[in-house]
Design a protein around this ligand. Sequence first.
Ligand SMILES: Cc1cc2nc3c(=O)[nH]c(=O)nc-3n(C[C@H](O)[C@H](O)[C@H](O)COP(=O)(O)O)c2cc1C
Ligand code: SF4
Length: 443
Amino acid sequence: MSKKLLLKNDHIPNINQLAVYRQHGGYAVLENTLKNSNPENVLEEVKKSGLRGRGGAGFPTGLKWSFLARPEGVSRYLVCNADESEPGTFKDRYLMERIPHLLIEGMILSSFALGAKTSYIYIRGEYFYVARILEVAIAEAYAAGLLGKNIMGSGFDHDCYVQVGAGAYICGEETALLESLEGKRGNPRIKPPFPAVAGLYGCPTVVNNVETIAAVVPILELGGDEYAKIGIGKSTGTKLISASGHINKPGVYEIELGLPVEEFIYSEQYCGGIRGGRKLKAVVAGGSSVPILPTELILKTANGEPRLMSYESLGDGGFASGTMLGSGGFIVMDEDTSIVKNLYTFARFYHHESCGQCSPCREGTGWMEKIIHKILDGHGTMQDIDLLWDIQSKIEGKTICPLGEAAAWPVAAAIRHFRSEFESYVQNPENIKDIKHYYRLQN
Ligand SMILES: Cc1cc2nc3c(=O)[nH]c(=O)nc-3n(C[C@H](O)[C@H](O)[C@H](O)COP(=O)(O)O)c2cc1C
Ligand code: SF4
């Protein structure tokens, strides 16, 4: 289970430079594809690979590409979502920092398949130094005839630009991203129409995550069928996981989908176990938006099966006992962690990042933050826990974009699995003096 497709060369010094990337086989897939294939075949291989979007929702990439409208004489765009603002997620940053040409090669190949003459990499403002790395790599690619007119003599023209955002989480939502790219405030659009029909500047657009686009290179290298043999069931291929929290070896790991969660947490090859030999308490497996699971449910499903790092296995049991693979932001918490305190950090974040267009999200995120603060401040009541549950339940499915759900799910899961911890804060306020002090300072 240690197959590496995306990060197989990340250890090579200067692999960010075009010459080194090419010495190790870089752009060979592009050359072969432009010479010997066509856009329809590329789309077919991506469909066969079973690749699912790595930005969080896991939507099949080939299917998304096949939805792209193709009216005569209208431009089509590919937009790479490099916003990566989901707390706990830093895998795209690593990939762009270390191997920018892998993303650029994937951008050209994907654009070839989609018939897009222009593509954009929209990157969050805080990653300004990564944007510089990408710009240098793009300039190298232009100088070598890998971007621009008549790429490698194939007749295919393509321009790729980097656009730096201002650092708003909501600009990772694909339609808010498009608004921002057009120079407007990053407010999500009402869908439909979906970007595949009316996206950037009203034109058909595909928005894909950095890792999704980079994965097109190994898919075309191996062939879709071979790629689909890697992984497990409908979770094909490999996935980058950003592992953080109370583990011995935080970092970005490429895993073959289907790896047991227990092996990921405890083996030396990956997280190396819990810091200081403490016990595992809980894991947020896919970025801050996905439901937190306690030890017994993250290591095994409710049926007692070993939990695997896959879309299906992590989702097994629905939200009653399961969670989501999400963006692969794997946050590990040891036995000393306060779930309520952790939840407060998330709640503050979502309240701050809500764009404010929908009342349930705008008001609900604020209420949830205030109630959790009240509980942490030693003034909570049992009714507050029920009120918190009630508020989160009124957000899901009632908003323009999924940020509302992203804010509600962590609250629901924390109460579902750790209600006694909320109750103990309410019943024993004298035990939380240190936390009171900490949060008073912050507010
Ligand atoms: C609030 C919010 C933030 C998001 N942030 C990101 C992000 O930073 N990166 C990303 O790729 N997708 C993010 N998404 C998902 C995108 O809307 C979109 O589904 C994704 O870019 C599609 O790419 P994929 O199919 O390759 O996963 C976010 C969604 C929401 C609702
Ligand atoms: S759900 Fe929240 S972030 Fe999304 S559009 Fe509505 S108010 Fe804005």
